[in-house]
Design a protein around this ligand. Structure first.
Ligand SMILES: C[S@@+](CC[C@H](N)C(=O)[O-])C[C@H]1O[C@@H](n2cnc3c(N)ncnc32)[C@H](O)[C@@H]1O
Length: 355
């Protein structure tokens, strides 16, 4: 049952995750300064994804872009405040509006550190189809991911010693059996490819074949139906505006969030920027994937989500995965927004346990 206050808070007996049902800006203001190790967020992109109102910014192309940038600056400034010095923020974006996202984040005070790309093969072109083989968009095949950092004074080593942040966890995110250094992605044919066949380690071929075991790069397919629905068995079936490609009818699902990220990708990103036992914040939590990834990596999670229908889905998924983790489980109950010092110490002791 949903508590009636404006800023409702959910957690379960495992106490590994907390989800605030509220507008992100309002809820962020309730979080104390410098108590979060990493922000991992998939915010609205201002592209009206699947016709969702929460992804629309009014004002025509240019003004909408400016509104989106100003709005981004607002939440990013709060994210900066709650991060520990040197804490990283990772934010997904859309190729069309990424410049606004990056500017907003930089104006808020973050250092822009890198841009990663998530390649996928299952994008659906949302193009008008005009006679004569004409169209208006390309097929989307990647999402850019911004890597930013809260500035700190002194060296990375001294900041790491003092706050546990400011560095990337390279060994925790190395790729494949050969343990390659994690890349922000290069996507081209291998030099040994011929016109007839790709080399066995060519990324183009690897994406094509979806054979992650052979990768030098981190490849991850979109979330499967099974992954999206796990934990949602008690929720009602609904018809959702999911990416349907050529399918004309809306899909009937229990998890109807239209932009569910894959857990594996989020786990890799959690490991990259969050020290063992640290807390990950996602101010636009959606169906809770960031929180699931944080728990599976032994980190704490604080999420914010405004839409009650998604809060229900996120609570169900988080409760399910907390139990799977052996972290407790049970139904969502009310509690304080950020874990206490003692609770964090306990979580640190568990540090980095994987399921
Ligand atoms: C791109 S989705 C996140 C999806 C998520 N990564 C997942 O895997 O399910 C962005 C989410 O932000 C939420 N949202 C939009 N505006 C918000 C606001 N002002 N405050 C809190 N949540 C908001 C939307 O309801 C949506 O669920």
């Amino acid at each position: 049952m949903r508590p009636a206050s404006k800023l409702s808070l959910y957690r379960d007996a495992s106490d590994q995750w907390r989800l605030i049902e509220a507008d992100a800006l309002l809820a962020l203001k309730a979080i104390p300064d410098a108590c979060i190790e990493a922000v991992l967020v998939d915010p609205p992109y201002a592209i009206a994804v699947c016709g969702e109102a929460w992804d629309s910014f009014d004002g025509g192309t240019r003004a909408a872009g400016q509104n989106f940038e100003r709005w981004t600056q607002g939440w990013a400034a709060e994210a900066l405040r709650v991060l520990r010095p040197g804490g990283h923020m990772i934010s997904f974006g859309s190729a069309r509006t990424f410049h606004r996202l990056t500017s907003g984040v930089e104006t808020a005070g973050f250092e822009i550190r890198d841009v990663l790309m998530w390649l996928f093969a299952q994008g659906v072109p949302k193009s008008q189809r005009l006679p004569g083989g004409l169209g208006t968009t390309l097929k989307p095949a990647y999402e850019p991911i911004l890597l930013a950092r809260k500035p700190f004074t002194g060296t990375a080593t001294s900041n790491l010693r003092r706050f546990g942040t400011g560095v990337l966890h390279i060994d925790a995110t190395r790729i494949g059996d050969a343990r390659y250094w994690p890349a922000h992605l290069a996507f081209s044919h291998a030099t040994t490819c011929t016109d007839d066949a790709c080399a066995s380690d060519c990324p183009v071929a690897l994406v094509d074949q979806q054979r992650p075991s052979l990768n030098r790069l981190f490849f991850c397919a979109k979330a499967t139906k099974v992954e999206r629905e796990a934990g949602c068995e008690q929720l009602p079936l609904q018809s959702g505006h999911l990416y349907t490609g050529k399918r004309k009818s809306p899909r009937v699902r229990r998890n109807v969030h239209p932009t569910v990220k894959p857990i594996e990708l989020m786990r890799w990103l959690v490991r990259l920027v969050t020290p063992a036992g640290g807390i990950v914040l996602d101010p636009f939590a959606g169906s809770g994937t960031t929180g699931i990834a944080a728990m599976l990596e032994g980190r704490g999670f604080v999420g914010i989500e405004r839409e009650p229908r998604y809060v229900d889905i996120a609570c169900a998924r988080l409760t399910h995965w907390a139990a799977t983790c052996g972290a407790g489980g049970g139904s969502a109950v009310k509690g304080p927004a950020v874990p206490s010092k003692h609770q964090r110490k306990e979580a640190r002791k568990k540090g980095g346990t994987r399921c």
